[in-house]
Design a protein around this ligand. Structure first.
Ligand code: FAD
Length: 317
């Protein structure tokens, strides 16, 4: 087959948004390559969801809990059966874990964190942000299959309107030296920054941990997720899962609001590809203003609560 295989992940019984994005671009690549789109998941319940995004078949490893070794083995088996030209993973923790594993096993090339993909001259061409987002590298992945991880929020969602994908069961290998001991879920109501359309981030300008409530209030009012700079994470004000940047998450939401964040290069590396950036900082020279579409020079302790009130008022109408 000269098609595309997409590794998908599930949350609350549905395909995660980043997986649906990978399927959306996967379908275009499959069409261009003259093959079909197939998907891989750990639950047959998403066959309809996968079909809606154009997948003709859903390979199911009904093994439930994620573990690197059995998932790599199962994916390698599917690749050997299906012979896809391209294998895509959303750039989630699991996707970033699996893609290089599979690539090593298949002696294939992998382009990571790509924000553009096209099938051209019988090859997968990918664009990757490099040097903390300051430049882009365009690479051709010449192996078969060609593997890539897609940056969340970089590819638009496009439904294909197909019926449920045909389910094909994949058997699990006994090769697993890892046991899942515990899964920690974020607090109820907390959106993950990896998938949020809007992120409100706080920095050291908040002065102390308790003041993150200002960021949370705005995020909740606006329907967004709470982000943070590394300085605040290192200070123990907030958990690492909220950290945006080079050593945190790379995010590309529609709207990124940064309050009391200076905009160090390592922070910008994680958010400069956001569609609209709003910055609140009392220092007009703060580097964050260089990437901001809308900059407010002022005291976040006045501006952020005022903004929250305005959002609440607007929503009440
Ligand atoms: P600061 O740089 O201290 O900025 C605070 C800002 O708040 C200032 O601009 C100030 O003007 C403003 N401010 C203060 N009071 C107010 C007020 N009342 N109202 C409005 N504005 C106010 N950083 C990350 O964020 N993510 C990473 O992933 C990351 N990875 C790193 C990796 C490496 C290898 C290294 C060396 C560093 C990394 N850093 C990362 C750290 C980075 O260099 C910065 O130190 C950090 O981003 C600064 O955080 P900040 O903007 O919150 O704090």
């Amino acid at each position: 087959m000269s098609g595309v295989l997409v590794f998908t992940e599930i949350k609350d019984g549905k395909l995660k948004k980043a997986s649906r994005e990978a399927l959306s671009i996967g379908r275009k690549l499959a069409e261009a390559a003259g093959g079909e789109l197939v998907a891989f998941a750990n639950d047959a319940a998403v066959a309809e969801d996968a079909g809606r995004y154009g997948a003709k078949k859903l390979y199911v490893l009904a093994a439930a809990d994620y573990a690197t070794e059995p998932y790599t083995a199962a994916l390698a088996q599917v690749v050997s059966d299906v012979q896809p030209s391209v294998v895509l993973f959303a750039g989630s923790s699991n996707g970033r874990d699996l893609a290089p594993r599979l690539a090593a096993r298949l002696n294939a090339g992998v382009a990571s964190d790509v924000d553009r993909l096209e099938w051209t001259d019988g090859k997968l061409r990918a664009r990757r942000p490099v040097y903390s987002g300051k430049a882009f590298a365009t690479v051709d992945v010449v192996s078969t299959p060609a593997i890539a991880t897609t940056r969340p929020n970089a590819f638009p969602l496009e439904e294909a309107g197909g019926g449920a994908a045909e389910v094909v069961n994949v058997s699990a290998s006994a090769d697993n030296r890892v046991k899942l001991v515990e899964t920690k879920v974020p607090e109820a109501g907390e959106l993950s920054i990896a998938e949020a359309d809007i992120i409100v981030s706080g920095g050291r300008g908040l002065k102390e941990a308790e003041n993150f409530s200002l960021i949370r209030d705005l995020a909740h009012a606006i329907g967004g997720a709470v982000g943070a700079s590394r300085a605040t994470v290192d200070a123990g004000w907030i958990d690492h899962q909220h950290q945006v940047g080079q050593t945190g998450r790379v995010v590309s939401p529609n709207v990124y609001i940064a309050a009391g964040v200076s905009g160090a290069i390592q922070h910008l590396a994680g958010m400069s590809s956001s569609k609209h950036i709003v910055a609140v900082n009392k220092d007009p020279e703060a580097p964050i203003f260089r990437v901001a579409d809308l900059g407010v020079v002022g005291d976040l302790f006045q501006i952020v609560p005022a903004l929250t009130e305005e959002v609440k008022k607007a929503k009440a109408h």
